[in-house]
Design a protein around this ligand. Structure first.
Ligand code: NA7
Length: 536
Protein backbone atom coordinates (compact mmCIF):
# COMPACT_ATOMS: atom_id res chain seq x y z
CA UNK A 1 0.00 0.00 0.00
CA UNK A 2 1.45 3.41 -0.88
CA UNK A 3 1.70 5.88 1.94
CA UNK A 4 -0.55 8.98 1.73
CA UNK A 5 1.46 12.09 1.02
CA UNK A 6 1.68 14.73 3.77
CA UNK A 7 -0.60 17.64 2.88
CA UNK A 8 0.09 21.15 4.03
CA UNK A 9 -0.82 24.66 3.02
CA UNK A 10 2.65 25.97 2.32
CA UNK A 11 6.16 24.66 1.89
CA UNK A 12 9.02 27.04 2.62
CA UNK A 13 12.43 26.14 1.16
CA UNK A 14 15.40 27.27 3.24
CA UNK A 15 16.00 28.23 6.89
CA UNK A 16 18.07 31.37 6.52
CA UNK A 17 16.81 34.86 7.40
CA UNK A 18 14.09 34.70 4.75
CA UNK A 19 12.80 31.19 5.45
CA UNK A 20 12.62 31.77 9.20
CA UNK A 21 10.57 34.96 8.90
CA UNK A 22 8.35 33.50 6.13
CA UNK A 23 7.59 30.48 8.27
CA UNK A 24 6.72 32.73 11.19
CA UNK A 25 4.36 34.89 9.12
CA UNK A 26 2.54 31.99 7.48
CA UNK A 27 2.10 29.98 10.68
CA UNK A 28 0.82 33.16 12.36
CA UNK A 29 -1.84 33.26 9.63
CA UNK A 30 -2.90 29.78 10.68
CA UNK A 31 -1.44 27.95 7.68
CA UNK A 32 -0.01 24.46 8.08
CA UNK A 33 3.60 24.80 6.96
CA UNK A 34 6.61 22.60 6.37
CA UNK A 35 10.07 24.09 5.96
CA UNK A 36 12.83 22.07 4.31
CA UNK A 37 16.47 22.93 4.90
CA UNK A 38 19.50 21.11 3.50
CA UNK A 39 21.71 22.00 6.48
CA UNK A 40 21.21 20.35 9.83
CA UNK A 41 20.18 23.58 11.52
CA UNK A 42 18.97 27.10 10.77
CA UNK A 43 21.36 29.58 9.15
CA UNK A 44 21.10 29.38 5.36
CA UNK A 45 24.14 31.10 3.86
CA UNK A 46 25.37 31.54 7.45
CA UNK A 47 25.17 27.79 8.01
CA UNK A 48 27.37 26.85 5.04
CA UNK A 49 29.83 29.75 5.05
CA UNK A 50 31.87 28.65 8.08
CA UNK A 51 35.23 29.31 6.42
CA UNK A 52 37.87 30.98 8.62
CA UNK A 53 37.18 34.70 8.96
CA UNK A 54 33.54 34.54 7.70
CA UNK A 55 31.96 37.76 8.85
CA UNK A 56 29.19 40.13 7.80
CA UNK A 57 30.03 43.40 5.99
CA UNK A 58 26.96 45.13 7.47
CA UNK A 59 26.94 46.32 11.07
CA UNK A 60 25.31 43.85 13.44
CA UNK A 61 22.77 46.29 14.88
CA UNK A 62 20.98 46.48 11.55
CA UNK A 63 21.92 43.11 10.04
CA UNK A 64 19.05 41.47 11.89
CA UNK A 65 15.27 41.27 12.10
CA UNK A 66 13.25 44.34 12.99
CA UNK A 67 9.83 42.65 13.18
CA UNK A 68 10.01 41.07 16.64
CA UNK A 69 10.27 43.23 19.74
CA UNK A 70 11.09 40.15 21.85
CA UNK A 71 14.03 39.28 19.62
CA UNK A 72 15.27 42.89 19.58
CA UNK A 73 15.03 43.06 23.38
CA UNK A 74 16.57 39.70 24.15
CA UNK A 75 19.42 39.40 21.65
CA UNK A 76 22.63 41.38 22.10
CA UNK A 77 25.39 41.52 19.48
CA UNK A 78 28.98 41.28 20.67
CA UNK A 79 30.85 42.84 17.73
CA UNK A 80 30.43 45.68 15.25
CA UNK A 81 30.62 43.23 12.33
CA UNK A 82 29.26 39.86 13.45
CA UNK A 83 31.19 36.68 12.66
CA UNK A 84 29.53 33.57 11.20
CA UNK A 85 29.17 31.66 14.51
CA UNK A 86 27.32 34.58 16.11
CA UNK A 87 24.92 35.00 13.17
CA UNK A 88 24.26 31.26 13.10
CA UNK A 89 23.60 31.39 16.87
CA UNK A 90 21.24 34.36 16.33
CA UNK A 91 19.19 32.47 13.71
CA UNK A 92 19.00 29.46 16.05
CA UNK A 93 17.87 31.77 18.84
CA UNK A 94 15.13 33.33 16.68
CA UNK A 95 13.91 29.89 15.53
CA UNK A 96 13.60 28.77 19.16
CA UNK A 97 12.22 32.03 20.54
CA UNK A 98 9.42 32.00 17.96
CA UNK A 99 8.89 28.25 18.41
CA UNK A 100 9.44 27.47 14.74
CA UNK A 101 11.61 24.36 14.93
CA UNK A 102 8.63 21.99 14.99
CA UNK A 103 7.79 23.04 11.41
CA UNK A 104 11.37 22.60 10.16
CA UNK A 105 12.85 19.47 8.59
CA UNK A 106 16.65 19.62 8.48
CA UNK A 107 19.04 17.62 6.33
CA UNK A 108 16.48 17.67 3.50
CA UNK A 109 17.54 19.35 0.26
CA UNK A 110 14.62 20.14 -2.04
CA UNK A 111 15.38 18.48 -5.37
CA UNK A 112 12.20 19.38 -7.22
CA UNK A 113 8.63 20.67 -7.13
CA UNK A 114 5.90 19.87 -9.65
CA UNK A 115 2.61 21.70 -10.15
CA UNK A 116 -0.49 19.50 -10.44
CA UNK A 117 -2.88 21.48 -12.62
CA UNK A 118 -5.94 19.46 -11.63
CA UNK A 119 -5.40 19.38 -7.90
CA UNK A 120 -3.89 22.92 -7.82
CA UNK A 121 -1.15 21.61 -5.58
CA UNK A 122 2.63 21.50 -5.65
CA UNK A 123 4.37 18.20 -4.94
CA UNK A 124 7.71 18.96 -3.30
CA UNK A 125 10.47 16.37 -3.21
CA UNK A 126 13.67 16.27 -1.18
CA UNK A 127 16.73 14.06 -1.22
CA UNK A 128 15.93 12.50 2.15
CA UNK A 129 12.30 12.81 3.24
CA UNK A 130 8.93 11.82 1.78
CA UNK A 131 7.31 14.14 -0.75
CA UNK A 132 4.83 16.72 0.53
CA UNK A 133 1.87 18.36 -1.22
CA UNK A 134 1.15 22.02 -0.69
CA UNK A 135 -0.98 24.81 -2.14
CA UNK A 136 1.86 27.33 -1.98
CA UNK A 137 5.64 27.06 -2.25
CA UNK A 138 7.83 29.92 -1.11
CA UNK A 139 11.51 29.80 -2.00
CA UNK A 140 13.79 31.28 0.63
CA UNK A 141 16.96 29.98 -0.98
CA UNK A 142 19.12 33.11 -1.19
CA UNK A 143 21.08 34.22 -4.21
CA UNK A 144 24.60 33.18 -3.20
CA UNK A 145 24.24 29.65 -1.90
CA UNK A 146 26.08 26.38 -1.56
CA UNK A 147 23.80 24.60 -4.07
CA UNK A 148 25.22 26.85 -6.77
CA UNK A 149 28.84 27.43 -5.83
CA UNK A 150 31.19 28.42 -8.65
CA UNK A 151 34.00 25.89 -8.91
CA UNK A 152 36.28 26.94 -11.78
CA UNK A 153 36.66 24.42 -14.53
CA UNK A 154 40.46 24.16 -14.26
CA UNK A 155 41.81 20.94 -15.79
CA UNK A 156 43.48 18.47 -13.44
CA UNK A 157 41.52 19.01 -10.21
CA UNK A 158 40.78 15.27 -10.09
CA UNK A 159 44.54 14.55 -10.11
CA UNK A 160 45.31 16.74 -7.07
CA UNK A 161 46.65 14.56 -4.23
CA UNK A 162 45.92 17.05 -1.47
CA UNK A 163 42.59 18.27 -0.09
CA UNK A 164 40.50 21.02 -1.62
CA UNK A 165 37.51 22.99 -0.33
CA UNK A 166 35.03 25.59 -1.55
CA UNK A 167 34.36 28.29 1.03
CA UNK A 168 30.58 28.02 0.45
CA UNK A 169 30.34 24.52 1.93
CA UNK A 170 33.02 24.48 4.54
CA UNK A 171 33.35 21.37 6.76
CA UNK A 172 31.59 21.72 10.10
CA UNK A 173 34.66 20.41 11.91
CA UNK A 174 36.88 23.02 10.30
CA UNK A 175 40.13 22.50 8.39
CA UNK A 176 43.53 22.25 10.03
CA UNK A 177 46.05 24.19 7.95
CA UNK A 178 48.94 23.82 10.41
CA UNK A 179 52.16 22.87 8.67
CA UNK A 180 50.50 22.88 5.25
CA UNK A 181 51.30 24.69 2.03
CA UNK A 182 47.97 26.29 1.14
CA UNK A 183 46.84 27.89 -2.12
CA UNK A 184 43.75 30.06 -2.33
CA UNK A 185 41.92 31.25 -5.45
CA UNK A 186 39.69 34.27 -5.16
CA UNK A 187 40.05 37.73 -3.68
CA UNK A 188 36.38 38.74 -3.49
CA UNK A 189 34.65 39.45 -0.16
CA UNK A 190 35.21 35.82 0.90
CA UNK A 191 38.90 35.40 0.01
CA UNK A 192 39.68 38.77 1.59
CA UNK A 193 38.26 37.52 4.91
CA UNK A 194 39.75 34.03 4.74
CA UNK A 195 43.34 34.93 3.72
CA UNK A 196 44.45 36.62 7.01
CA UNK A 197 42.97 33.77 9.08
CA UNK A 198 44.47 30.94 7.00
CA UNK A 199 47.85 32.71 7.09
CA UNK A 200 47.83 32.46 10.90
CA UNK A 201 48.41 28.69 10.85
CA UNK A 202 49.50 27.69 7.32
CA UNK A 203 53.20 26.95 6.76
CA UNK A 204 52.94 28.81 3.46
CA UNK A 205 50.07 30.60 1.74
CA UNK A 206 49.97 31.42 -1.98
CA UNK A 207 47.17 33.71 -3.12
CA UNK A 208 46.28 33.24 -6.79
CA UNK A 209 44.69 36.59 -7.60
CA UNK A 210 42.88 37.40 -10.83
CA UNK A 211 41.30 40.81 -10.15
CA UNK A 212 42.47 43.07 -7.31
CA UNK A 213 39.49 44.34 -5.31
CA UNK A 214 38.81 47.78 -3.83
CA UNK A 215 39.06 46.97 -0.14
CA UNK A 216 38.18 49.09 2.88
CA UNK A 217 39.04 48.47 6.51
CA UNK A 218 36.24 47.02 8.65
CA UNK A 219 37.67 48.43 11.89
CA UNK A 220 35.74 45.74 13.68
CA UNK A 221 35.60 45.94 17.48
CA UNK A 222 33.64 44.54 20.44
CA UNK A 223 30.48 46.43 21.42
CA UNK A 224 30.11 47.85 24.91
CA UNK A 225 27.04 47.45 27.12
CA UNK A 226 26.44 51.23 26.88
CA UNK A 227 26.55 51.15 23.08
CA UNK A 228 24.10 48.24 22.92
CA UNK A 229 21.72 49.90 25.40
CA UNK A 230 21.75 53.07 23.33
CA UNK A 231 21.03 51.12 20.10
CA UNK A 232 18.15 49.24 21.72
CA UNK A 233 16.62 52.48 22.95
CA UNK A 234 16.82 53.99 19.47
CA UNK A 235 15.57 51.01 17.43
CA UNK A 236 12.26 52.55 16.27
CA UNK A 237 14.14 55.47 14.72
CA UNK A 238 16.88 53.20 13.35
CA UNK A 239 14.42 50.97 11.49
CA UNK A 240 12.44 53.94 10.20
CA UNK A 241 15.67 55.35 8.77
CA UNK A 242 16.80 52.02 7.28
CA UNK A 243 13.45 51.49 5.58
CA UNK A 244 13.58 54.97 4.08
CA UNK A 245 17.11 54.47 2.73
CA UNK A 246 17.95 53.47 -0.86
CA UNK A 247 20.05 50.54 0.35
CA UNK A 248 18.16 49.64 3.55
CA UNK A 249 20.89 51.03 5.82
CA UNK A 250 20.18 53.42 8.72
CA UNK A 251 22.79 55.86 7.41
CA UNK A 252 22.56 59.46 6.32
CA UNK A 253 23.05 59.84 2.58
CA UNK A 254 26.53 61.04 1.47
CA UNK A 255 26.94 64.66 2.52
CA UNK A 256 29.62 66.03 0.17
CA UNK A 257 29.89 66.88 -3.52
CA UNK A 258 33.41 66.18 -4.73
CA UNK A 259 33.62 69.23 -7.01
CA UNK A 260 32.75 71.55 -4.11
CA UNK A 261 35.92 70.53 -2.24
CA UNK A 262 39.60 71.15 -2.76
CA UNK A 263 41.91 68.12 -2.81
CA UNK A 264 43.12 68.66 0.78
CA UNK A 265 39.56 68.70 2.11
CA UNK A 266 38.50 65.69 -0.02
CA UNK A 267 41.56 63.79 1.23
CA UNK A 268 40.88 64.74 4.84
CA UNK A 269 37.28 63.49 4.60
CA UNK A 270 38.17 60.28 2.79
CA UNK A 271 40.86 59.64 5.40
CA UNK A 272 38.40 60.30 8.24
CA UNK A 273 35.89 57.78 6.81
CA UNK A 274 38.75 55.30 6.23
CA UNK A 275 39.68 55.52 9.90
CA UNK A 276 36.05 54.91 10.95
CA UNK A 277 35.88 51.84 8.65
CA UNK A 278 32.92 49.96 7.23
CA UNK A 279 31.05 50.30 3.96
CA UNK A 280 30.57 54.04 4.50
CA UNK A 281 34.17 54.51 3.37
CA UNK A 282 32.62 54.28 -0.11
CA UNK A 283 29.89 56.80 0.71
CA UNK A 284 31.76 60.04 1.33
CA UNK A 285 30.81 61.83 -1.89
CA UNK A 286 27.33 62.09 -3.40
CA UNK A 287 28.85 61.90 -6.86
CA UNK A 288 31.33 59.07 -6.20
CA UNK A 289 29.76 56.89 -8.87
CA UNK A 290 28.76 59.55 -11.39
CA UNK A 291 31.65 62.02 -11.46
CA UNK A 292 34.77 60.61 -13.20
CA UNK A 293 37.05 63.04 -11.27
CA UNK A 294 35.61 61.87 -7.94
CA UNK A 295 36.11 58.28 -8.99
CA UNK A 296 39.72 58.85 -10.07
CA UNK A 297 40.42 60.52 -6.74
CA UNK A 298 38.94 57.60 -4.78
CA UNK A 299 40.75 54.99 -6.90
CA UNK A 300 44.04 56.81 -6.38
CA UNK A 301 43.37 57.06 -2.63
CA UNK A 302 42.86 53.29 -2.43
CA UNK A 303 46.02 52.53 -4.45
CA UNK A 304 48.09 54.82 -2.21
CA UNK A 305 46.72 52.98 0.84
CA UNK A 306 47.88 49.63 -0.58
CA UNK A 307 51.37 51.02 -1.27
CA UNK A 308 51.56 52.48 2.22
CA UNK A 309 50.66 49.16 3.91
CA UNK A 310 52.28 46.48 1.73
CA UNK A 311 56.05 46.80 2.09
CA UNK A 312 57.16 44.65 -0.86
CA UNK A 313 56.61 46.82 -3.98
CA UNK A 314 56.15 43.77 -6.22
CA UNK A 315 53.33 42.42 -4.02
CA UNK A 316 51.85 45.93 -3.66
CA UNK A 317 51.74 46.40 -7.43
CA UNK A 318 49.80 43.15 -7.85
CA UNK A 319 47.36 44.02 -5.05
CA UNK A 320 46.64 47.63 -6.10
CA UNK A 321 43.07 47.79 -7.48
CA UNK A 322 43.08 48.67 -11.18
CA UNK A 323 41.71 47.68 -14.56
CA UNK A 324 38.07 48.61 -13.82
CA UNK A 325 36.31 51.55 -12.20
CA UNK A 326 35.60 51.87 -8.49
CA UNK A 327 32.01 50.70 -7.93
CA UNK A 328 31.93 48.28 -10.88
CA UNK A 329 32.41 45.30 -8.53
CA UNK A 330 31.32 44.68 -4.94
CA UNK A 331 33.50 46.64 -2.52
CA UNK A 332 34.86 44.44 0.28
CA UNK A 333 35.75 44.97 3.94
CA UNK A 334 38.93 43.58 5.40
CA UNK A 335 40.62 42.95 8.71
CA UNK A 336 44.41 42.86 8.18
CA UNK A 337 44.20 41.69 4.54
CA UNK A 338 46.99 43.91 3.17
CA UNK A 339 49.08 43.54 6.35
CA UNK A 340 49.05 39.76 5.84
CA UNK A 341 51.18 40.17 2.71
CA UNK A 342 54.00 41.56 4.85
CA UNK A 343 54.41 38.10 6.34
CA UNK A 344 57.32 36.22 4.74
CA UNK A 345 55.28 33.04 4.20
CA UNK A 346 52.47 34.76 2.23
CA UNK A 347 52.80 35.36 -1.52
CA UNK A 348 50.52 36.66 -4.23
CA UNK A 349 50.59 35.51 -7.85
CA UNK A 350 48.98 37.53 -10.66
CA UNK A 351 46.93 34.92 -12.53
CA UNK A 352 45.37 37.51 -14.79
CA UNK A 353 48.79 38.27 -16.29
CA UNK A 354 49.78 34.59 -16.48
CA UNK A 355 46.73 32.34 -16.13
CA UNK A 356 46.59 29.05 -14.27
CA UNK A 357 47.23 26.33 -16.84
CA UNK A 358 46.41 23.25 -14.81
CA UNK A 359 46.06 21.69 -11.40
CA UNK A 360 48.58 18.87 -11.05
CA UNK A 361 48.89 16.06 -8.53
CA UNK A 362 51.29 18.28 -6.55
CA UNK A 363 49.69 21.72 -6.79
CA UNK A 364 48.90 24.52 -9.23
CA UNK A 365 50.78 25.37 -12.43
CA UNK A 366 50.76 29.00 -13.58
CA UNK A 367 52.30 29.35 -17.03
CA UNK A 368 55.39 27.12 -16.66
CA UNK A 369 55.79 27.64 -12.90
CA UNK A 370 54.67 24.98 -10.42
CA UNK A 371 53.40 25.93 -6.95
CA UNK A 372 53.48 22.80 -4.73
CA UNK A 373 50.48 22.68 -2.38
CA UNK A 374 48.90 20.45 0.25
CA UNK A 375 45.52 22.22 0.32
CA UNK A 376 43.62 24.32 -2.23
CA UNK A 377 40.84 26.68 -1.13
CA UNK A 378 38.39 27.91 -3.75
CA UNK A 379 36.96 31.27 -2.67
CA UNK A 380 35.57 31.59 -6.17
CA UNK A 381 32.01 32.64 -5.46
CA UNK A 382 28.67 31.53 -6.82
CA UNK A 383 26.48 31.04 -9.85
CA UNK A 384 24.45 33.84 -8.33
CA UNK A 385 20.69 34.38 -8.14
CA UNK A 386 19.53 32.14 -11.00
CA UNK A 387 21.90 29.27 -10.07
CA UNK A 388 20.03 28.19 -6.90
CA UNK A 389 16.73 28.05 -8.85
CA UNK A 390 18.30 26.14 -11.73
CA UNK A 391 19.69 23.61 -9.23
CA UNK A 392 16.13 22.44 -8.43
CA UNK A 393 13.78 20.73 -10.86
CA UNK A 394 10.79 23.09 -10.60
CA UNK A 395 8.08 22.14 -13.10
CA UNK A 396 5.11 24.46 -13.58
CA UNK A 397 2.06 24.57 -15.83
CA UNK A 398 2.20 22.40 -18.97
CA UNK A 399 5.48 20.80 -17.88
CA UNK A 400 7.34 24.12 -18.10
CA UNK A 401 10.72 23.97 -16.33
CA UNK A 402 11.86 26.99 -14.37
CA UNK A 403 15.50 26.10 -15.08
CA UNK A 404 14.80 26.37 -18.84
CA UNK A 405 12.98 29.67 -18.38
CA UNK A 406 16.10 31.04 -16.66
CA UNK A 407 18.49 29.74 -19.33
CA UNK A 408 18.65 33.09 -21.11
CA UNK A 409 19.09 35.02 -17.88
CA UNK A 410 17.02 36.23 -14.93
CA UNK A 411 13.30 36.80 -15.35
CA UNK A 412 10.55 37.33 -12.78
CA UNK A 413 7.78 39.77 -11.89
CA UNK A 414 8.65 42.05 -8.96
CA UNK A 415 11.62 39.71 -8.40
CA UNK A 416 9.20 37.44 -6.52
CA UNK A 417 7.03 35.47 -8.99
CA UNK A 418 7.21 33.60 -12.30
CA UNK A 419 4.77 33.30 -15.20
CA UNK A 420 3.75 29.65 -15.62
CA UNK A 421 4.38 28.83 -11.95
CA UNK A 422 1.18 29.49 -9.96
CA UNK A 423 1.44 29.89 -6.20
CA UNK A 424 5.25 29.79 -6.35
CA UNK A 425 6.65 32.86 -4.66
CA UNK A 426 10.30 33.77 -4.27
CA UNK A 427 11.91 35.86 -1.55
CA UNK A 428 14.70 37.91 -3.17
CA UNK A 429 14.44 36.06 -6.47
CA UNK A 430 15.85 37.11 -9.85
CA UNK A 431 15.36 40.81 -10.78
CA UNK A 432 14.93 41.76 -7.11
CA UNK A 433 16.94 44.48 -5.31
CA UNK A 434 17.77 42.48 -2.15
CA UNK A 435 21.40 41.65 -2.88
CA UNK A 436 22.20 45.28 -3.66
CA UNK A 437 20.94 46.34 -0.22
CA UNK A 438 21.21 45.50 3.48
CA UNK A 439 19.68 42.07 2.92
CA UNK A 440 17.57 41.54 6.10
CA UNK A 441 15.64 44.78 5.46
CA UNK A 442 14.88 43.65 1.90
CA UNK A 443 13.96 40.17 3.09
CA UNK A 444 11.49 41.57 5.61
CA UNK A 445 9.88 43.55 2.79
CA UNK A 446 9.53 40.53 0.49
CA UNK A 447 8.26 38.25 3.26
CA UNK A 448 5.62 40.77 4.29
CA UNK A 449 4.55 41.38 0.68
CA UNK A 450 4.27 37.63 -0.01
CA UNK A 451 2.42 36.87 3.22
CA UNK A 452 -0.04 39.71 2.46
CA UNK A 453 -0.58 38.28 -1.03
CA UNK A 454 -1.26 34.81 0.36
CA UNK A 455 -3.57 36.20 3.03
CA UNK A 456 -5.46 38.12 0.32
CA UNK A 457 -5.89 34.92 -1.73
CA UNK A 458 -7.06 32.98 1.31
CA UNK A 459 -9.61 35.62 2.32
CA UNK A 460 -10.92 36.19 -1.20
CA UNK A 461 -11.23 32.51 -2.06
CA UNK A 462 -8.56 32.85 -4.75
CA UNK A 463 -7.02 29.51 -5.61
CA UNK A 464 -4.06 30.57 -7.73
CA UNK A 465 -1.90 33.65 -8.15
CA UNK A 466 0.54 33.92 -11.05
CA UNK A 467 1.99 36.86 -12.97
CA UNK A 468 0.98 37.47 -16.58
CA UNK A 469 3.61 36.93 -19.26
CA UNK A 470 3.39 40.66 -20.10
CA UNK A 471 4.02 41.77 -16.49
CA UNK A 472 6.98 39.43 -16.18
CA UNK A 473 8.44 40.58 -19.52
CA UNK A 474 8.05 44.25 -18.62
CA UNK A 475 9.69 43.83 -15.19
CA UNK A 476 12.53 41.77 -16.70
CA UNK A 477 13.11 44.35 -19.47
CA UNK A 478 13.06 47.18 -16.94
CA UNK A 479 15.67 45.35 -14.85
CA UNK A 480 17.95 44.88 -17.87
CA UNK A 481 17.52 48.47 -19.04
CA UNK A 482 19.69 49.65 -16.14
CA UNK A 483 22.76 47.73 -17.30
CA UNK A 484 23.68 49.66 -20.43
CA UNK A 485 25.88 52.60 -19.58
CA UNK A 486 26.16 51.56 -15.93
CA UNK A 487 29.36 51.02 -13.97
CA UNK A 488 28.53 47.34 -13.55
CA UNK A 489 28.88 46.88 -17.29
CA UNK A 490 32.57 47.76 -16.99
CA UNK A 491 33.70 44.72 -14.97
CA UNK A 492 33.13 40.97 -14.88
CA UNK A 493 31.17 40.29 -11.70
CA UNK A 494 28.54 37.87 -10.43
CA UNK A 495 26.02 40.72 -10.52
CA UNK A 496 25.89 40.42 -14.31
CA UNK A 497 26.58 36.70 -14.55
CA UNK A 498 30.08 37.34 -15.88
CA UNK A 499 31.85 35.18 -13.27
CA UNK A 500 30.48 31.91 -14.65
CA UNK A 501 31.65 30.84 -18.12
CA UNK A 502 28.72 30.58 -20.54
CA UNK A 503 26.23 32.36 -18.28
CA UNK A 504 24.34 35.13 -20.13
CA UNK A 505 25.72 38.59 -19.37
CA UNK A 506 22.51 39.95 -17.83
CA UNK A 507 21.84 42.08 -14.78
CA UNK A 508 20.60 39.78 -12.01
CA UNK A 509 19.38 42.53 -9.65
CA UNK A 510 16.76 45.29 -9.90
CA UNK A 511 18.80 48.41 -9.25
CA UNK A 512 16.12 50.99 -8.41
CA UNK A 513 16.76 50.76 -4.67
CA UNK A 514 14.48 49.87 -1.78
CA UNK A 515 12.37 53.01 -1.65
CA UNK A 516 11.26 52.74 -5.28
CA UNK A 517 10.85 48.98 -5.00
CA UNK A 518 8.63 49.25 -1.94
CA UNK A 519 6.48 51.83 -3.76
CA UNK A 520 6.13 49.67 -6.88
CA UNK A 521 5.12 46.62 -4.85
CA UNK A 522 2.58 48.68 -2.86
CA UNK A 523 1.07 49.99 -6.09
CA UNK A 524 0.58 46.42 -7.32
CA UNK A 525 -1.16 45.47 -4.07
CA UNK A 526 -3.31 48.60 -4.00
CA UNK A 527 -4.48 47.90 -7.54
CA UNK A 528 -5.76 44.44 -6.50
CA UNK A 529 -2.56 42.67 -7.58
CA UNK A 530 -2.12 44.24 -10.99
CA UNK A 531 0.01 42.14 -13.33
CA UNK A 532 -1.21 38.92 -11.70
CA UNK A 533 -3.78 36.38 -12.88
CA UNK A 534 -5.96 35.43 -9.91
CA UNK A 535 -8.25 32.41 -10.31
CA UNK A 536 -11.11 31.41 -8.03
P1 NA7 B 1 33.02 36.75 -5.68
O1 NA7 B 1 32.79 38.12 -5.23
O2 NA7 B 1 32.33 36.27 -6.91
O3 NA7 B 1 34.61 36.56 -5.83
C1 NA7 B 1 35.15 35.41 -6.40
C2 NA7 B 1 36.63 35.55 -6.52
O4 NA7 B 1 37.13 34.36 -7.14
C3 NA7 B 1 37.07 36.70 -7.41
O5 NA7 B 1 38.23 37.25 -6.89
C4 NA7 B 1 37.31 36.00 -8.74
O6 NA7 B 1 38.17 36.69 -9.61
C5 NA7 B 1 37.92 34.72 -8.26
N1 NA7 B 1 37.88 33.66 -9.26
C6 NA7 B 1 36.78 33.09 -9.81
N2 NA7 B 1 37.15 32.16 -10.70
C7 NA7 B 1 38.51 32.15 -10.71
C8 NA7 B 1 39.48 31.43 -11.43
N3 NA7 B 1 39.11 30.52 -12.33
N4 NA7 B 1 40.78 31.67 -11.19
C9 NA7 B 1 41.14 32.60 -10.28
N5 NA7 B 1 40.26 33.33 -9.57
C10 NA7 B 1 38.97 33.11 -9.79
O7 NA7 B 1 32.64 35.69 -4.54
P2 NA7 B 1 32.76 35.85 -2.95
O8 NA7 B 1 32.42 34.53 -2.37
O9 NA7 B 1 34.05 36.47 -2.57
O10 NA7 B 1 31.65 36.90 -2.58
C11 NA7 B 1 30.30 36.68 -3.01
C12 NA7 B 1 29.38 37.62 -2.28
O11 NA7 B 1 29.23 37.16 -0.92
C13 NA7 B 1 29.84 39.04 -2.15
O12 NA7 B 1 29.51 39.82 -3.26
C14 NA7 B 1 29.14 39.51 -0.90
O13 NA7 B 1 27.83 39.93 -1.22
C15 NA7 B 1 29.09 38.28 -0.05
P3 NA7 B 1 37.56 37.77 -10.66
O14 NA7 B 1 37.19 38.95 -9.83
O15 NA7 B 1 36.35 37.10 -11.28
O16 NA7 B 1 38.62 38.00 -11.63
Amino acid sequence: MTKAMEECDAVVIGAGFSGIYMLYKLTQQGLRCRLFEAGDGPGGAWYWNRYPGARCDSESYFYCFSFSQEVLDEWTWSERFPAQPEIEAYLNFVSDRLDLRKHMTFGARVTGATWDEDALRWTVETNTSDAVRARYVVTAIGGLTSTASNLPNIPGIEDFKGDWYHTGHWPKDGVDFAGNRVGILGTGSTGIQAIPEIAKTAAHLTVFQRTPAYIMPAKNHPLSAEYNADIKARYPAIWAKAKAHFGGQPYDPPAYVFDDLDIEEATRLQEQYWNEGGLRVAQVFKDAYTNPQAREFIEDFFRKKVRSIVKDPVKAEILEPKGYPFGAKRIALDSQFYETFNLPHVDVVNVKKTPITTITAEGIRVGETDYPLDVIVFATGYDAVTGPFRAMNIVGRGGMKLADRLDDGPRAYLGMSFHGFPNLLAISGPCNPALSTNVPVSIEHDVEWISDAIEYCEKQGIKTIEPTAEAEDAWTDETQSKLEGSLLEQADSWHIGANVPGKPRRLLLWLGGMIAFRKRCDEVTDAGYSGFILTR
